[in-house]
Design a protein around this ligand. Structure first.
Ligand code: NDP
Ligand SMILES: O=C(O)C1=N[C@H](C(=O)O)C[C@H](O)C1
Length: 266
């Protein structure tokens, strides 16, 4: 069988470089090219700290898609570029696997429609770590019995988007399991704006950004006389890679957009 040819966008990044190391280890995957905003025309092996791939780096995504034959784009960049890259990949018949977070609901809807129109699979996963996917599923289950819930997510201080994609997805899953609920005291007032965090359907989300952190989330449920906390920690970005591989395997058989890795698990 032919190797699956993958283009990685964001190869110098924390996640992109980890994805390159995963592709290097996985039989059946081949790095076709990289998309970066620097180093046009250089080879990946020329860049310090990255695996010794001969694949070339392109700054212009269209030039890359025109020059290189590929099956899949793995995007691990920024919200603005990730959206543009995903759209362009679909235009060129390449299936996107997207870890980049921070897309708006309107962007997700637009990409869903485009994938359907092109009959091409897309996987957008706010979190590729299996433990985080389970944390979200357990939270959805718990919300049926404990509708009062707040989400505390903690990340490294280089993160661009807040709240995290995982926190937003968790809140959306909880919304599916509980009635809409305005939490806290009906007359509560913030004496400093933002003190109660972000709000999704009455649920509060608190975002912590500190050096030393990787990716962590607690979902705290409150009820009379008891609390339930569901917690997940990613201590290393390798934790996301089995999920990236799973998405690469599945996306080739899909002809629609799938949002969330839980939709690919048995
Ligand atoms: N789904 C999941 O499981 C996970 C998702 N993420 C998400 O993945 C994304 C990347 O995270 P992370 O690796 O930590 O971030 P980094 O900042 O470490 O990496 C992002 C990389 O993208 C590069 N970049 C910026 N603009 C472009 C562009 N136009 N074309 C190509 N590359 C570009 C950056 O270059 P430069 O350095 O020059 O700015 C950088 O190398 C984020 O959205 C994050 O939230 C993160 C972890 C897990
Ligand atoms: O930026 C990160 O680091 C992470 N981003 C994703 C998110 O926004 O949820 C996934 C994970 O939490 C790490």
């Amino acid at each position: 069988m032919n190797n699956v040819r993958v283009i990685v966008a964001g190869p110098r990044g924390k996640m992109g470089s980890e994805a390159l190391r995963m592709i290097e280890k996985e039989e059946g995957l081949e790095l076709a090219a990289c998309i970066d905003r620097k180093h046009n025309g250089e080879q990946v092996k020329d860049l310090k700290g990255l695996p010794a791939f001969d694949a070339f780096i392109y700054e212009d995504i269209e030039e890359c898609f025109q020059a290189v034959e590929a099956d899949i784009l793995v995007d691990l960049t920024t919200p603005a570029f990730g959206y543009k890259h995903t759209k362009t990949a679909l235009e060129y018949g390449i299936r996107p696997v997207v870890g980049t977070t921070g897309f708006t609901t309107a962007q997700l809807e637009e990409l869903t429609d485009l994938a359907e129109e092109k009959e091409l699979g897309v996987v957008i996963a706010p979190n590729f770590a299996l433990g985080a996917v389970l944390m979200m599923q357990f939270s959805k289950w718990a919300a049926k019995y404990f509708p009062d819930v707040e989400i505390i997510e903690r990340h490294h201080d280089n993160k661009l988007d807040a709240p995290s994609g995982t926190a937003v997805k968790t809140a959306q899953l909880i919304q599916e399991a509980r009635e809409s609920k305005q939490q806290g005291h009906p007359q509560e007032k913030e004496t400093i704006e933002g003190a109660r965090g972000a709000d999704i359907d009455g649920m509060k989300i608190h975002s912590v950004r500190l050096p030393g952190l990787v990716a962590h989330q607690e979902v705290v449920f409150g009820s009379s006389g008891q609390n339930l906390t569901i917690k997940h920690d990613s201590f290393h970005r390798e934790s996301f890679m089995s999920g990236v591989k799973l998405a690469i395997d599945h996306v080739q058989k899909l002809d629609v957009l799938v949002y969330g890795l839980e939709n690919l698990l048995d």
